[in-house]
Design a protein around this ligand. Structure first.
Ligand code: TYM
Length: 333
């Protein structure tokens, strides 16, 4: 009997205290679908080391990391179908980062879009970790011999950078790493801010610019009601000329699982207000079971602890094996 080697699917999210519907539609929703595919071995993790590259509160960081795990479990990750772990519990991420750092030209890091954006936001507080962030991300991915990385559009450049590093390492020291491919969804890869459709939805643009996965019903209604719209009043999908309403239609399309054409037809002749009112209810209905699941998980810390311990052990096994290969090839003792 030939056993088919499963492809490795690997991705992660920063613990920032709030997961928004951009994170969910661009990434987590797809993770929850991919874990059901018998051809894939899925590994997901909370990237606490990455979150330290911007100012954060150490006194409640443990709780923030733990809550990010709860959020992801509530959002659909099933430990029976995938591995879930916390980045800093596997020391090999930091170890491999150092080795990959020595192969990375400084200029390449300085040109990365996310670095430039975040450095602009941080101004006087830019640390070296923010610059080498993509190397840590590459180490994360390569350590697990990843085939596919399901992410939103904003991570495309980091995955491309990871591929380059893998090639460089393999050419210099011999074949160890796979070149991973980004899996970017057709719809939802870049959900835009509710207050400025020219910017991607992000926690850094203020609470009215995003809907958090666990916002109350009232908050969701309010945020959709005050979300900016375009001039005119037609509910039509046209990202170039109507970016705000097109973003809202995309959100509707993904949460209601209805074709965009059908949504346009339903609201033909009606205005933005009717559409927005229904959109809020579509989001609320979809998120309700997630919120209920989260409440159940909150009452079950032992279960979560077990999930993390199992995940840590599985991740550790793979990470240890890869680092043995890496050390051998790079000439370390
Ligand atoms: P992070 O924590 O910023 O975001 C987690 C995931 O959410 C996606 N995303 C979006 N998708 C659509 N629309 C948006 N507005 C939106 N905002 C965020 C992101 O693309 C991402 O998939 N560097 C990564 C974390 C990371 C990682 C990794 C990912 C570290 N190591 C290894 C994959 C593999 C990040 O900051 O994601």
């Amino acid at each position: 009997m030939v056993t088919k080697v499963k492809k490795i699917v690997f991705s992660g999210i920063q613990p920032t205290g709030t997961i928004h519907i951009g994170n969910y539609l661009g990434a987590i929703k797809n993770w929850a679908e991919l874990q059901n595919n018998p051809d894939y071995d899925c590994i997901f993790f909370v990237v606490d080391l990455h979150a330290m590259t911007v100012p954060y509160d150490a006194s409640n960081f443990q709780a923030t990391i733990y809550n990010a795990v709860l959020d992801n479990l509530a959002a659909g990750l099933d430990p029976k179908k995938c591995t879930i772990f916390i980045q800093s519990q596997i020391k090999e991420h930091s170890e491999l980062t150092w080795i990959l750092d020595t192969l990375t030209p400084l200029g390449e890091l300085q040109r990365m879009t996310q670095f430039k954006e975040k450095a602009e936001e941080q101004k006087s507080e830019v640390n070296a970790g923010l610059l080498t962030y993509p190397v840590l991300q590459a180490a994360d991915i390569l350590l697990y011999k990843t085939d596919f990385v399901p992410v939103g559009k904003d991570q495309e450049q980091h995955i491309e950078f990871t591929r380059t590093l893998a090639r460089k390492f393999n050419a210099r020291f011999g074949e160890v790493f796979k070149e991973p491919a980004a899996l970017i969804p057709k719809a939802g890869a870049k959900i835009m801010s509710l207050t400025d459709p020219a910017k991607k939805m992000s926690k850094s643009h203020g609470p009215e610019s995003y809907i958090a996965l666990f916002d109350s019903d009232e908050m969701i209604r309010r945020k959709i009601k005050i979300a900016v719209t375009d001039s005119g009043k037609e509910v039509r999908y046209d990202p170039k000329n109507k970016p705000a309403i097109s973003n809202l239609i995309t959100i509707y399309h993904l949460f209601a699982d209805q074709p965009i054409k059908e949504i346009e037809k339903r609201y033909a002749g009606k205005g933005y207000a009717d559409f927005k009112k229904d959109l809020a209810e579509v989001i609320i209905d979809y998120l309700k079971p997630l919120r209920q699941k989260r409440e159940r998980l909150e009452k079950n810390p032992d279960y979560v602890k077990n999930v993390l311990e199992e995940g840590r052990q599985k991740a550790q096994k793979i990470a240890t094996a890869t680092m043995i290969e890496v050390k051998k090839k790079t000439g370390l003792i």
